[in-house]
Design a protein around this ligand. Structure first.
Ligand code: PLP
Length: 423
């Protein structure tokens, strides 16, 4: 797409946007009656207008049928997770046997570390990206301790060059090669939450597999943002939350992926619960766990139906839009944001001392750009926010801006950068 600083470019791009009708399916937040420019889908995705209908349907079943809602009605609750499965499988690039909508991200990470972190002798390290999310750190530390290790000896961060945030694929693979006999597991964020860098998951999965190292992912910032092919890449497992790009609502139900080659293996140890047990004997209430030979075999509890109803409504929007189309617009929209920041601010020798931390290559990022504002970042953030642009701020000087293709417009990006320029 050939960008231009002319306002008419933004207006034309919005007019010609094949996804333009989707914006009206979301509730755009307002302040003082005026719509805000919401670039915070990386933190909490907007509410689809249909969520109320989806939740109301289940409330009605609860009102009218009570306990019988588990087994009767249009969407019997015992099977509720199954209704979402084909939709999430498409977004994750997985088969239906490999995915489940369940729990929250950190819970799922603990569940899958229990199964997939199996240190043996010298092969005991967990290799992680530079600056993983805090909750992931805590989970890695917890599992190191559960195995009787000091986390310092177990968790190894792949470090970028000093002064840089960028982790090249070569550096990651080189680290894997160098320590191949010591690494039990690699866990990366598909996209790093802070820098917005997307990793070359296919290449890293291959490098890990060649060396018999398991490879897991935290997809909090990747799912619903970039196309994923978890099955074909042969990632071993992945976990995600769905309240960011998948619009499941605050604290919404997350999900996980387990590659078929593991999901069908009933011998794998796990933290078991009755919803992971063979459906035929689930209600016999007997001892002796008999796992479902799919990713469902890691389920613990019966489905949180109201939370899943919200996720269902959002997943239907993704199905209608198509992840390829979403990504196509995303590349254009974020590319336009980058272009305007360069044209109006960075190349002009600005007084904010603004830098883009996120890689330039669209393949190495999703929709988010992380901006470092080396002069008075917090003050700048407050001014941005007061002017009606919702972005987020991370210590010490990072502002994350995520134009989200399903509901953001080119004209919003235009207005944002023109505001920053004036600032
Ligand atoms: C948002 C986020 C989480 C959140 O975890 P929850 O258990 O859903 O609260 C975890 N990891 C990453 C990388 C995140 O961005």
């Amino acid at each position: 797409m050939q960008f231009s600083t002319d306002k008419n470019f933004a207006l034309a791009a919005d007019r010609e946007d094949p996804l333009k009708s989707f914006r009206s399916q979301f509730c755009i937040p307002k302040r003082g009656g005026k719509e805000l420019v919401y670039f915070c889908g990386n933190s909490l995705g907007l509410e689809p207008k249909n969520v109320e209908k989806f939740i109301a349907r289940e409330l009605k079943t609860w009102q009218d049928k009570a306990v019988e809602g588990h087994f009767s009605g249009k969407n019997p609750w015992v099977d509720y997770h199954k209704f979402l499965r084909p939709l999430i499988a498409q977004i994750a690039g997985a088969t239906e046997k490999e995915v489940v909508v369940a729990n929250s991200l950190t819970v799922n990470l603990h569940l899958l570390l229990t199964t997939f972190y199996r240190p043996k002798g010298k092969k005991k390290k967990i290799l992680v990206e530079h600056l993983p999310f805090s909750s992931d750190w805590y989970a890695f530390e917890a599992h190191a301790k559960l195995h009787g290790y000091d986390p310092k000896d177990i968790i190894e961060e792949i470090k970028p060059k000093p002064g840089s945030y960028y982790l090249s694929t070569e550096k990651i693979i080189e680290t894997i090669e160098k320590q191949e006999g010591e690494i039990a597991l690699i866990v990366l964020g598909g996209i790093n939450y802070l820098t917005g860098q997307a990793f070359d998951l296919s290449a890293i999965a291959l490098a890990a597999r060649k060396r018999n190292i398991l490879f897991g992912l935290d997809l909090a910032h990747a799912i619903g943002n970039i196309p994923l092919k978890l099955h074909d890449w042969e990632v071993d497992f992945a976990v995600w939350c769905s309240y960011k790009y998948l619009n499941a609502g605050p604290g919404g139900v997350g999900g996980y992926f387990i590659h078929e080659k593991h999901a069908t293996n009933s011998e794998l140890p796990r933290l078991a619960g009755w919803w992971g047990n063979n459906e035929k004997t689930r209600f016999k209430m007997e001892k002796g766990f008999d796992p479902i030979p799919t990713a469902e075999g890691w389920q613990l509890s019966n489905a949180p139906v109201l939370s899943m109803a919200a996720q269902w409504s959002a997943l239907e929007i993704f199905q209608k839009a198509g992840m390829e189309k979403v990504r196509e617009k995303s590349i254009a929209l974020t590319g336009y944001l980058e272009y305007l920041l360069n044209e109006h601010i960075i190349n002009k020798g600005d007084n904010l001392n603004l830098k883009i931390l996120t890689p330039k290559n669209p393949e190495a990022r999703g929709c988010q750009l992380s901006l470092s504002i080396q002069k008075d970042a917090l003050k700048a953030y407050k001014a941005i926010s007061e002017a009606g642009f919702i972005v987020d701020y991370r210590e010490p000087d990072i502002i994350r801006v995520a134009p989200t293709p399903l509901y953001n417009q080119f004209i919003e990006v235009f207005r944002f950068v023109n505001f920053l320029k004036a600032l």
